[in-house]
Each structure stands twice: as C-alpha cells, then as structure tokens.
Design a protein around this ligand. Sequence first.
Ligand code: SAH
Length: 358
Amino acid sequence: MTALAGIIARRIARTGPMTLADYMAECLLNPEHGYYATRDPLGRSGDFTTAPEISQMFGELLGLCLAQCWLDHGAPTPFALAEPGPGRGTLMADIWRATRGVPGFHAAARIHLIEASPVLRSAQAQRLAGAPVTWHDRLDSLPEAPLFLIANEFFDALPIRQFQRAGHGWREVVVTVESETLKPALTPPAPLAELHHRLADTQDGDIVETCAPARAAMAAIEARIARHGGAAIVIDYGGWRSRGDTFQAIEDHAFADPFAHPGRADLTAHVDFEALARAAPALTHSALMPQGHLLAALGIEARAKALARSLTGAALDAHHAAFHRLTGAQEMGTLFKALAFVAPGAPLPPGFAPAKAT
Ligand code: SAH
C-alpha cells in the first residue's frame, strides 16, 4: 500500500465507505501525498501532455479569440483575465504574448489564476514573471469585474460521484477496503432528486456521474458574467449529457487501475458539458464544438503555415505532428470539445457557433 492508501483505508475503517469524490479529492489534493500537491505531472517527463504543452498555436489562437471577444464586448476596463487549473502557466503565457499587440488589452487586464498546487503555482509565477498575476484557491474569490476566462483540462480534474441506475433509484459507487486493498462497491438504491432528469435517458445498470465542484465553479463564473459581462471558454474531453463510467487513472502516459496507487496516478473523469450549462442558467452557451473545428475556425492552418516557414528537419516534423495532434479526428480534434458562455444577447467569442434551438 502507498502511504496515502494507508491513510484512506484507516479513514474508511473509522467512518465507513467513501464517495468517489472524497477519494478523488484525497488522491489529487492531499497536502502531503496528493498527486497535484507533490509534483508537476505535465509534459513528456510527466504523466500526460495537454494542448498548450503540445504547441504554442493553441494558446495564441485562444488568446486572440479572447481579445477579439473583449473588443466585441466594448473593451471593458479593467477586466479579469482568468484561468482555473493553469498547469505550468503555458497557456496563459502564450495568451499574454499573443495579445501584446491588441491595443489596450494588456493595460486593462489583470490575470487571475485559480490553482490548488503549490508546485504548479511556482511554475506559473516563473512563466508569467512581469505580468500582473493574482492567485486564488477557488473561483469564488475572483473579483467583481468583467470576466474573460479560459479553462483547459480543469473540469476533468474535479471530483465526481458515480451512480448506477436501479429501478427509480440509484446505487452510489463508493470506495471500501477488502483484504487490505481499496475496492469499489455499491450502496443500496435510493431516490436522488439531483438525477431525476436522468431517469428519462437511462436504464437499469447505467452509470451516470455528477460533479458538485464543477457546479460551484460554474455558479461563480455565471455570477461574474451575468453582473459585469464577459465570456468563459471551457475546453475538455467529454460530451453533452455523458453516460457511463469515465473515471480513469493515468500513470506514465498509460491507463492504470484508479484504486491501485492513490496519489501516484492522475485521476480524471469526462466532463458533462450539459451539466455545466445547467449550472449556469443565467448565461447563454454556444454549440458544443469539437476542438478541431474550433481551432480551424480560429485559423490554425494559416498560423501553422506561418510558423512552418522558419522551421526545418526534425523541428518541422514535430510542428506538423503537433498540428495533427491538436486537430486530428483520431487525436484531440474530436474527443476534446469546447463550449463558450456569455451573458444573454452578448456576442459569442469568434469561432463559436450559436447553440441550436431545442
Ligand atoms: N490547464 C493546464 C493544466 C491542466 S492539469 C493545461 O492545459 O496544461 C489540471 C490543472 O488543474 C492543474 O494545474 C491542477 O493543479 C489544477 N487543479 C486540479 N484540481 C484543482 C482544484 N480543485 N482547484 C484548483 N486547481 C486545481
């Protein structure tokens, strides 16, 4: 058992089976042994790679997208340029560099980063040295100001609960201890008001997931944008009204058993974008866009060609590979989705199509 597995097993012995959300939170954020608390998991030497780490094009295009959106909203001054879960700070650093030439943007922007990990906070401080950055533990403490926010692979890291349909009720997936190892188990079925709307599209045995911290994060974003204007862009893997078990562990770039090495593997779940939209009813949202379509609409081909002109040999090959990784249907282009939120009547960020009327 890892040290953290021992801590979790003792807690279960004391207080009974744990929800997956409590288990995930402990594995990711335990101050001494938690995955994010203790390391920089990103990049080739870490466990996983994200779009901003693959190519600077991702942050450049989204930076210009946010800046154009800010202009379309009347260039409010000052405003909060915010990012929850900024990792190494690469996305925000690319956004900041790409928007240098947008008149008034840097003078009006105050960068707000929401980050739980001390290790990653110091990486972000290095990447963004000289920029006006404030750190927060939670989205609730964002200032009362117009908000232009981007979240890439943040929501997938938030703790989920899992429920299995049983008649008109739900059994919850919880974590127990069996012969010294952590194992999933099911509670007896009970009705659950929160999942009432899922009785229509599920059958006995189906798994659905809920994410209370995602709802809280969306409520904080909704409150700022509804009161002061702005836009939020969420990019992540997942779908609209997700169904099924998407709880997964990644260790050394490979899938692992999420109960085997608590604290050593990254634990995530797919993002249910419909649940995000339901948590922000005062905002209008765009259509859910595949990442590849969004990047194409933002002009990634032209940017890729321009960058390619100064590259040769292995660097040029890597650049082409990065382009395909970000946009390819078999790669991140389809699995990853983007959803934008604005106040009703306000223009969507460039590249985003309006949601179809239902
Ligand atoms: N957006 C970055 C990093 C994604 S990894 C990129 O695209 O490269 C997830 C990020 O969310 C990390 O920075 C992690 O420390 C942070 N994080 C995870 N859970 C969090 C929480 N509950 N509150 C704040 N930050 C969190």
